[in-house]
Design a binder for this molecule. Structure first.
Ligand code: HPA
Ligand code: ZN
Length: 337
C-alpha cells in the first residue's frame, strides 16, 4: 500500500450515507438465497457482478430491489449488517449512521420489526466488539406515495429507541421533496432527525425544497448545488453538510470521470462535504476506497483528508462530547502520521 492509502486506512472516520441493503455482496446474496430456497436470476457470483453496469440511478435501483428480495429472516438482516461491520471495522470507521428501506421489505411481506431488529442487534454487537457507535435512519421510498410514507412513519413510532432519523431515497427525478413535506413535519414533531437525497440526478430546486420544506439537517449527495450560486452561499452560510459518494457518482454516471469529481470545488467554496460509500457492494468500494478515489484530486494531502474525516464527525447526529472525542482522535492520528 502506498503512503497515502496507508494514511487513509488508519484515519478515524465516520460514514453517514450508507444503505445497508447496498452492502449485499454477491457471495452473501447467493448464500442467503440458498438458505431461503430462492433461485436468483443469475447463474453465478460472476454473472451477478457483471450485471453491475449502470447508466443511471434507475438501472441500479432495479437490481438493488431485486437483490434485497433475498432478505427474509431477522438472521438474514443480522448477517448482512454484520458483514458490513466486519468490513468497516478493518477500515477504522469509528461511527456509522446507516439507512434502511423498510418499504422495500414490508411491501413483500417482511415485517418492519424483522428488518429493524436484525440490523439493530448486529449494530449493538458491533459497538461492543469493534467500538463502532451507530445510528439507524429509515428512508422513505420517494417513488411511492405520501400515504405510504405516512404508514411507514407510523410503523416506526414504537421504535424511537432504535431509529434516530428519517431520510428519502430511490428514484429522484419526478419525485420532488415537496411530495413529503407533511410526512417530514410529522417526523420532526416526533423528534426524528431528518436528511434527504437531493441533487443526485435532480436539479438544485430539489435541494432548496429539501432545505426549505423538509427542513433537513443534511443533504445526501447534493452534487447539483454547484449549478446555483445562491444555493451554495446558503449551504455554506448554514454549514449544511453534504454526504458525497464518489464511487457511486461515477458508477451511476452522475459524474463522467473521477478526475472531474466536484468534491474539490465543494471544499474550495466552503461547503462542509463528507465522503461516503452509498452502496459499496454495487459501486466497487467501501469507505477507504472512496477516500482513495478522491485523494489524488486533493493532491494526496493529509490535512485535506483529515478535514474530510473531521467533517464526517461534526456532521454526525451525536453529542458534542462524542464529536470532541473523535476530533481528538483525528488530530492525534494526523500528528503521529
Ligand atoms: N440514490 C437514491 N436511492 C438510493 C440510492 C442512491 O444513491 N442508493 C440506494 N437507494
Ligand atoms: Zn444513497
Amino acid at each position: 500500500m502506498n503512503d497515502i492509502n496507508h494514511f487513509i486506512a488508519g484515519l478515524p472516520k465516520a460514514e453517514l450515507h450508507l444503505h445497508i441493503e447496498g452492502t449485499f455482496e454477491p457471495e452473501l446474496m447467493f448464500k442467503l438465497a440458498e438458505r431461503n430456497n430462492i433461485t436468483l436470476p443469475y447463474e453465478s457470483v460472476e454473472a451477478l457482478h457483471k450485471a453491475y453496469d449502470f447508466n443511471e440511478l434507475q438501472d441500479f435501483l432495479d437490481i438493488y430491489y431485486q437483490g434485497m428480495n433475498v432478505l427474509r429472516s431477522e438472521q438474514d438482516f443480522y448477517d448482512l449488517t454484520w458483514a458490513y461491520l466486519e468490513k468497516v471495522a478493518a477500515q477504522n470507521v469509528r461511527h456509522i449512521e446507516i439507512f434502511f428501506d423498510p418499504q422495500g421489505h414490508v411491501d413483500r411481506g417482511i415485517s418492519f420489526e424483522t428488518g429493524l431488529n436484525g440490523i439493530f442487534s448486529a449494530l449493538q454487537q458491533g459497538e461492543q466488539e469493534f467500538d463502532i457507535s451507530f445510528g439507524i435512519i429509515m428512508c422513505f421510498l420517494r417513488h411511492l406515495s405520501e400515504d405510504d410514507a405516512f404508514k411507514t412513519l407510523e410503523l416506526a413510532l414504537p421504535h424511537k429507541d432504535k431509529i434516530i432519523g428519517v431520510g428519502l431515497d430511490s428514484s429522484e427525478v419526478g419525485h420532488p421533496p415537496s411530495k413529503f413535506e407533511r410526512v417530514y413535519a410529522k417526523a420532526r414533531q416526533e423528534g426524528f432527525h431528518s436528511v434527504a437525497h437531493a441533487g443526485e440526478e435532480g436539479p438544485p430546486a430539489y435541494i432548496w425544497e429539501a432545505l426549505d420544506l423538509l427542513k433537513v439537517e443534511r443533504i445526501d449527495h447534493g452534487n447539483s448545488c454547484l449549478q446555483d450560486a445562491a444555493l451554495v452561499e446558503h449551504i455554506v452560510k448554514e454549514q449544511i453538510p453534504l454526504t458525497v459518494c464518489p464511487l457511486s457518482n461515477t458508477k451511476l454516471c452522475v459524474v463522467d470521470d473521477m478526475k472531474n469529481h466536484p468534491l474539490p470545488e465543494m471544499l474550495k467554496r466552503g461547503i462542509k462535504a463528507t465522503i461516503n460509500s452509498d452502496d459499496p457492494a454495487y459501486f466497487g468500494g467501501y469507505l477507504n476506497e472512496n477516500y482513495q478515489a478522491i485523494s489524488p484530486l486533493l493532491g494526496d494531502n493529509k490535512e485535506a483528508l483529515a478535514t474530510l474525516a473531521r467533517n464526517s464527525f461534526t456532521s454526525a447526529f451525536i453529542s458534542d462530547d462524542a464529536k470532541q472525542g473523535f476530533l481528538a482522535e483525528v488530530d492525534a492520528y494526523l500528528q503521529a502520521n
